[in-house]
Design a binder for this molecule. Sequence first.
Ligand SMILES: Cc1cc2nc3c(=O)[nH]c(=O)nc-3n(C[C@H](O)[C@H](O)[C@H](O)COP(=O)(O)OP(=O)(O)OC[C@H]3O[C@@H](n4cnc5c(N)ncnc54)[C@H](O)[C@@H]3O)c2cc1C
Length: 376
Amino acid sequence: MAVSLSSVDIVGAGPAGLYTAILLRRFFPRLRVRVTEQNPEGATFGFGVVFSDRALDFMEHDDPEVHSLILPEMESWRNLTLNLPKERIVLDGVGFTAIGRLRLLEILSARAIALGAEIRYDRAVTSLNELDGDLIIGADGLNSVVRQADNEIYQSEIKFANNYFAWFGTEVRFETLTQTFIESEHGPLNAHHYRYENSMSTFIVECGPRTFESFGFNKIGETTSAQICSELFAHVLGGGSLVTNNSVWRRFPKLWCERWHSNNRVLVGDAAHTAHFSIGSGTRLAMEDAIALVRMLDSNETVENALMAYDANRRAIVRKIVTAAEASANWYDQFSEKMAQSPKNFALDYLMRSGRMSKERLRSITPEFMKQFESK
Ligand SMILES: Cc1cc2nc3c(=O)[nH]c(=O)nc-3n(C[C@H](O)[C@H](O)[C@H](O)COP(=O)(O)OP(=O)(O)OC[C@H]3O[C@@H](n4cnc5c(N)ncnc54)[C@H](O)[C@@H]3O)c2cc1C
């Protein structure tokens, strides 16, 4: 027995909002589902996003249509490369997949519209009084207006990572997901880089506050930042350059809410929680929130019970992944000190950064690297 609803308003057409719209229209074909997005159609921030190699498994059985639309568009690879100042280390078996953020949103929005959802672009929601749905879903990301409307109920907390990062792109194609760590005249920097289309890659540059200030990244525009970083990482860019898309330097915001619903309003995705990009999970978590919410609406008789069940069950699951993401963010905050280790010790430290990995598990995940590490 499912809840009885006639209309739902979703704020935000990111991965969480669009996937919620798709599932609602699938499970409740008579429901009016309306998504309101502040950006014009086709505009978004950032470049590509990665998923761990089996990260789309969650939709393979439940949603083979969307799975089969996304999968062929993904880049994938089996190994991860660590470029360290003194050595290049291949971590065999540490696979990832990636897709352009814009392409993912195009696929999801086309599917949502085909299923009968309405998407209103170029319209920022400034007050929840503008919405008349029986249920209001806050899929509006970090600065969620839905969350801010009942902030004391959600008990949100934001802490910031110490490091600064800027999210660039490049036409250089990288063969694997690569982490490049360099020393420079102003201190150490790191780049997370991987291709997400045949000839387009994400290139996120990160550094500690001292390096950030010494370069004066806080005083220069994104184009100059991109030029400086292109030169710093010239050895991996092979003469290619970095391009920008609102690539401002900032600290990663670690958001957590103790409660995810309030009356007929509920939060999904980054509106409720963020997960540091170094574990490649934010988008997957956002889409899995959508699944958890719609399943609860489908299996409870009242909206109140459904939201309570979603809040309690899903929050506990996400907490574990967010804790791992925080451990990973903390590792990156200390990467400059960690670079004093030997390359192989550094690589093992990197692999164990989320606190969820043991040497035994690593022996089966990355056997070649562990063989080299243990015979050194
Ligand atoms: C540098 C960086 C790299 C990342 N890399 C990865 C990665 O590799 N893999 C991964 O899985 N995740 C990654 N993430 C995280 C990922 O981007 C988010 O977790 C994911 O986008 C969350 O989806 P969402 O739909 O909840 O929120 P969002 O994607 O933020 O979407 C929210 C939407 O709501 C809209 N909106 C906001 N306010 C309003 C309003 N008032 N009215 C109307 N619309 C509104 C916004 O315009 C936006 O379209 C990264 C994040 C960062 C910052």
